[in-house]
Ligand binder design. Structure first.
Ligand code: HEM
Length: 313
């Protein structure tokens, strides 16, 4: 199994930079801080076992916990502020274990390596001399990292979803899937909303209520479940599997792995999100990690972050 080549101090510095940018919000995540927790059900398609022998893709109904969030580090951010939105799904397996998929509303990522991510975060921090961020630092980073710039451009085409139920969520990294017959292939997950995609301009979104995404989802769930198709985009020979910023061509084959139905908001959402931890490396037999350095650094980052927030820091 690939292991992270990123030194632990670098991962710690990334979490510290995220916490510094977010400002003091004890008990909250330093990114994806404003969220809500829902319950749901997943049922795999008949095609899923041909791709992976993972137990949650065998076909029976699997209970899930789903957390939607805004990638911003401020738990009170206005829902109209342009940013990545996220959906984290925890499949609750019959043996008491779980498997997670973490997915974002913009395809790809800002950085190819943890060192690049640290550079991007530090570009936004105040400089010791002036006490303010250097206004040229982020443009300079983007000019030197075309894949990061392309990510920001994709974000600005879909700045604010009209609903948590109306944007595609990408799990970004390649994972290696092994079927019952032993065949393996790389794939990338995406959740595609049944309701279709819909976005707002930042101007229109800014005029809505500060928590309109939560209120909209609550209203929608009162009329029935919110459904997503879970798709897997399959790699072809030569497609990069260790670079989260390199998208595969849209024409790659896609397998439908199943259907997720979000059924209701948790009545204890605020308490749930404090105790919950999602981790993209939390998986089962039939799903392996790729050698993507960002993927391999994430588990340690999430553990450090969980430790800090669960101590109320
Ligand atoms: C080295 C790269 C990354 C680092 C260091 C990082 C760091 C973090 C941290 C510290 C948290 C808060 C964790 C917690 O307190 O529970 C978080 C949450 C999250 N991250 Fe990342 N992240 C990285 C890359 C990514 C990528 C590529 C994605 C794309 C899917 C992503 C998606 C998410 C999501 C969806 C959450 C919220 C999970 C939840 O709802 O609890 N992150 N990240």
């Amino acid at each position: 199994m690939p292991t992270s080549a990123t030194p632990e101090p670098v991962i710690r510095q990334i979490v510290e930079a995220m916490r510094a940018l977010a400002g003091p919000h004890p008990g909250f995540r330093p990114v994806h801080a404003k969220g809500l927790v829902c319950s749901g059900t997943f049922r795999a398609s008949a095609d899923a076992p041909r791709v992976t022998r993972a137990p949650h893709f065998a076909g029976q109904s699997v209970p899930t916990i789903v957390r939607f969030a805004n990638a911003n580090g401020n738990p009170d951010v206005h829902d109209g502020v342009p940013n990545v939105r996220s959906m984290a799904v925890k499949f609750q397996l019959s043996d008491g274990k779980s498997a997670d998929i973490l997915a974002n509303s913009v395809e790809g990522f800002i950085a190819r390596t943890p060192a690049e991510l640290l550079e991007f975060l530090r570009a936004q921090l105040p400089e010791p001399g002036s006490g303010r961020p250097d206004p040229d630092a982020v443009p300079r980073f983007l000019a030197g990292h075309p894949a990061g710039r392309a990510f920001v451009e994709r974000l600005m085409k879909k700045p604010v979803p009209a609903s948590y139920a109306q944007t595609i969520y990408h799990a970004e990294h390649a994972f290696r899937f092994t079927a019952v017959d032993g065949t393996s292939r790389f794939g990338r997950y995406r959740f595609v909303p049944h309701a279709g995609e819909a976005f707002l301009s930042p101007d229109d979104a800014g005029k809505r209520s500060p928590s309109f995404l939560r209120e909209e989802l609550e209203g929608r769930l009162r009329t029935g479940p919110v459904a997503f198709r879970l798709l897997l985009q399959l790699a072809e020979a030569g497609d990069p599997t260790d670079d989260v910023t390199a998208l595969w061509p849209e024409g790659r084959p896609v397998v439908e792995l199943g259907r997720l139905e979000v059924t209701g908001l948790s009545p204890t959402s605020a308490a749930d999100e404090r105790s919950l931890i999602f981790d993209p490396t939390n998986r089962t037999d039939g799903i392996d990690l790729s050698a993507d350095p960002i993927l391999l650094a994430r588990s340690a980052a999430y553990a450090i972050s969980y430790d800090r927030r669960s101590k109320g820091e």
